[in-house]
Design a protein around this ligand. Structure first.
Ligand code: ZN
Length: 305
């Protein structure tokens, strides 16, 4: 298992995008500043998707302008296409990385971006090339890597072919999303064992959802295959609109707590992370689902708040 893991906090994008409320830019900025003070090395701060498609993130430029740039924290933005990149590039000094995305299953890709996988890949290759010219580090995220709500099983071979295309187009990192929480730990082990052979030199990132309560088990399975890069969402914010009622990403504090208890370093101050989730609860006016948010870290004494 890795001795140290690189976490990427995706709550400000993946989380806020999929919550029913639209959060004020000032609140987002305050929460992202709290997150970047936790020691987390990477934060996905917003996206440049069309405002009519995702109104929750229409304030991307304002958020980027307002958040504090902290040494050692890399900010990324999610970019859907070439047009999104053009909207992001004027704010180039405010972020370090982009992530692009597509789905491994045709029907989910159609439902999500209304294009075939082949069309998505062709567009993303152009977008990635332009982002490379702007000196941006690039991550490609493949949704439904472990199963599709419309098609069921997704052959790993198909996922790896897409990942190879993304790597060839300049992605230093490929993230594999369990978008609707269909992965199981055995599948995750087999998947990453094969992925490591197929994609040498590419940073492999696991992005699990806790839809069916198997998020942490899947994190452990990925760790056992040497995966050292994980995306998670503070508070367990977010989810996926399909299927309705899905719970969110695996929670950052639950992953970080488990890693620390296992002796794996993250560089993150868990108490500061919990404080950020509490602040998010206050903004939303309702409790969030993360276990460690409710119970506190293992080393907190009973009765201590
Ligand atoms: Zn997610």
């Amino acid at each position: 298992m890795p001795r140290r893991v690189a976490m990427r906090e995706v709550g400000p994008r993946d989380g806020f995008q999929n919550e029913p409320e639209t959060i004020a830019a000032a609140d987002k900025i305050r929460l992202i500043d709290m997150l970047s003070a936790t020691g987390v090395p990477r934060i996905e701060v917003t996206s440049f998707v069309r405002a009519d498609v995702i109104p929750q993130l229409a304030d991307g430029a304002e958020v980027l302008a307002g958040i504090e740039r902290r040494p050692g924290v890399s900010f990324s933005v999610l970019i859907p296409n070439r047009r999104g990149l053009e909207h992001a590039l004027p704010h180039r000094d405010r972020f370090d990385e982009i992530s692009v995305f597509l789905s491994a299953s045709e029907s989910h890709n159609q439902a999500n971006v209304n294009r075939s996988i082949a069309d998505s890949l062709a567009g993303l290759e152009e977008t990635l090339a332009a982002a490379g010219e702007a000196g941006l580090r690039r991550e490609g995220v493949i949704a439904t890597s472990f199963g599709c709500p419309y098609e069921g099983a997704v052959p790993p071979e198909r996922v790896f072919e897409i990942a190879e295309r993304l790597a060839a187009a300049g992605c230093a990192e490929v993230g594999f999303g369990d978008t609707t929480g269909m992965a199981n730990p055995r599948q995750v082990r087999e998947f990453f064992a094969a992925a490591r052979k197929r994609l040498p030199g590419v940073e492999l990132t696991a992005h699990f959802h806790n839809t069916r309560g198997q998020g942490l088990a899947n994190v452990l399975a990925a760790l056992e295959e040497g995966i050292a890069s994980f995306e998670a969402s503070f508070g367990e914010l977010g989810g996926c609109p399909v299927p309705p009622g899905s719970t969110g990403n695996v929670s950052s504090e639950d992953v970080v707590s488990m890693l620390h208890e296992m002796g794996i370093e993250t560089g993150i101050d868990l108490s500061a992370l919990i404080a950020a989730s509490r602040a998010a609860q206050e903004v939303l006016g309702r409790p969030l689902g993360a276990h460690v948010l409710r119970a506190g870290p293992v080393d907190w004494r009973v009765g201590q708040s």
